[in-house]
Design a protein around this ligand. Structure first.
Ligand SMILES: [Zn+2]
Length: 159
């Protein structure tokens, strides 16, 4: 009988593949096995708080190692927004920068598309869905365009 080398009891995490032909624009933008993009959240198993990025401990209840990744539904409501009229060179203005509350507890900041650039026409609480599109004119070191997320009114978002 010979001693056997200890073998790993868990398989290494599968290599994450992203949407074919794109680079992720933010670290919490992931893609499933079918190449469909989604927002990944991390939920605290102790108190239920949700965050976009993994953390060593939950900022709300201080539990350690309790955060578990989940796939966001991408549905929520506009919490607040502003119309941006001046930005960096090359950024087309005006645009609507919004903070949304997703139904699964995540809070995201991003651009609200598909609405008139008119504060009288964008109600707070507007139902939205996260949609994905290319960042215009930006590529990574391999020449891949970045994919990022936007918000669209729920009535306009494709299924
Ligand atoms: Zn917690």
């Amino acid at each position: 009988m010979t001693a056997t080398a200890a073998k790993a009891t868990t398989a290494p995490a599968a290599e994450t593949t992203f949407v074919p032909g794109y680079a992720p624009g933010v670290p919490f933008l992931k893609a499933d096995a079918h190449g469909q993009p989604y927002i990944e959240g991390h939920r605290c198993g102790a108190c239920g708080a949700a965050y976009t990025l993994p953390r060593l401990a939950c900022p709300r209840c201080f539990s350690r190692d309790a955060l578990v990744p989940f796939r966001s539904s991408g549905r929520g409501h506009v919490h607040t927004y502003t119309v941006v009229h001046r930005s960096y060179p090359g950024i087309k203005v005006p645009f609507v920068s919004a903070i949304v509350d997703l139904d699964d507890g995540l809070v995201l900041k991003g651009n609200l598309t598909g609405v008139p650039i008119d504060p009288t026409q964008i109600p707070f609480g507007l139902p939205i869905r996260v949609v994905f599109d290319e960042v215009p004119g930006q590529k990574d070191a391999q020449g891949l365009p970045y994919l990022t997320y936007f918000f669209a009114p729920e009535k306009d978002a494709a299924a």
